[in-house]
Design a protein around this ligand. Sequence first.
Ligand code: PRX
Length: 647
Amino acid sequence: MKSLSSENRKFEPSAEFVKNAKISGLESYCAEYKKSIENPESYWANIASELHWFEPWTSVLDRTEAPFYKWFNGAKTNISYNCLDRHVEAGNGDKVALHWEGEPGDTKDITYGELLQSVGLFANVLKSLGVRKGDRVALYLPMIPELIVAVLACARIGAVHSVIFAGFSSDSIKDRILDCEARMVITSDYGYRRGKVLELKKIVDEGVKDCPSISEVLVIRRNGNDSVDCAMESGRDFWFEDCANACEDHCPAEPMDSEDLLFLLYTSGTTGKPKGIMHTTGGYQVFSYITSKYVFDLNDQDVYWCTADVGWITGHTYIIYGILQNGVTQLIYEGAPNHPTPARFWNLIDKYNVSIFYTAPTAIRAFMKWGDHWLEGNDLSSLRLLGSVGEPINPEAWMWYHEKVGAEKCPIVDTWWQTETGGHLLTPIPGAISTKPGSATVPFFGIEPLILNDEGEETDVGILAIKNPWPGMLRGIYGDSKRYLETYWNKWGGKYYFPGDGARRDEDGYFWILGRVDDVVNVSGHRIGTAELESIFVEHDSIAEAAVIGIAHEIKGQGLLAFVTVIEGKEINESLEKELIALVDQRIGKFARPEKIVFSSDLPKTRSGKIMRRLLRSIAEGQELGNTMTLADPSVVDEIQKQFKKG
Ligand code: PRX
């Protein structure tokens, strides 16, 4: 792989793109950026005024309880109103909001007017089952239109949604429900993944067994050709369609306080327990709206497609809230990129005339491996803009995307952001910023990034920090304000937000993200805390200790490598390895499986007992180990090296 530090190619947006862009040319970007930094409150108030508010704010930014910032305090609004009613009232009710395609090829087109009605009906069903403003509702659904409807229905009545990616296990569902005391789970009988039927309701049944807060499980029928039997527990489980028969489809949007909780989204951190990231209403609404508009340069004629799952933040912001607030048409696809063949994505772009395509480097690398011939015969000329998200994109993958998919004419927006940031913080503005393969380039308006060392001094290569708050930022960790302060604000004494990423700044001032600086591994764009996996391994009664590290992976960006020690007298055999993998499947989900488990009698430790992960990383990468004499027992290194090579 070409190293990022030697990459210096630069690509200008085409004159045609610049001509029609929302922000055209570097000068416009600089002028707008200057305004946003010099006078952030008037900048954000101006943007916010493009949206609907039931009542105006009394202050744009309230810093009195920093870093618990408040945006648009005093205002009343509803984000589902801005996603739906606003467009219908403007006469765009007949415009297609969603072209949906299921994995088996079933399709549905839903207009903004129809989406508003479906959301109204769903909201009334929630109310009829007793869901009220402030209640937490967990969602465990495939990528069907009802997932989007259910999210917007929660927002409409002020219920707090907590979407759980449908690849998570029943134990993960349980952990998330218990943490926020959700009163309801919304699921479906089944969904599809790579041709297989996934029986989601069954997984939910397992998950809610020991969740006393759950009083209803609402079940949607996927309505495909495969029928799946669901055990329905009387008094707790309800079919959506039965409830819907008794409800009407008009439901006014509840005026919400700007700082009312909109949703929770759980993400892995450096300790064993996932964090419930809190996003509130007004600021997130403004930030998701404006980043979508400028970064994707959205136009009325666009057909936008983001391949993420709504179970992650990308789906929340850049499928649902940001995109629908801009009133554009988008494609939603339920399934895998290689089902029935690796041509599926290209077929979809051709079929729906997709003009903006937003995907992850992992997918791009997989397509490169599957071969260019899968692109042949598909007309991709509708594309005008490409995007990348979730992990650093290596220059080879960037160039392939640029040449093969974008026909060298589409700008690529490499967007750096996080569950916590709510939306893009570093990204090219496509009609204004030249791109470099592998760089997330420059800050979005209103964002002041810095690169600091541990002492808080500016440097060229170091740790990324964000100065000053922005409207889409997280408001805390559910039920744990101490952890919020410790995780994000303590690094530099409360002065800057600490995202946990390393970064470099080049001579043009462009930012290059160098990966995580904490114990979080980014596998295919999914964050997995190594501590979370380690605590799972030691649950097994044969395992004494575990150390998990991230290693470079050709397709996934990073993979996980586990080193475990076995309790004396316990046998190491194939079935133990299988049991450990099964434990990961059960506690988190298949996507968190390590690439390899290395068994040994001990781990390399300092004399004070600290596991030396750096040494494990060197072993995995086949690097020179240097002096190992400071280890409590230097002989363990040989043993681990042997075991590593063996496996
Ligand atoms: O390490 C960064 C990486 O993904 C992390 C955030 O993960 P998550 O909260 O799951 O959100 C993923 C979707 C926004 C970041 O801390 N990351 C995200 N985008 C990029 C990236 N790394 C490099 N380049 C990116 N464009």
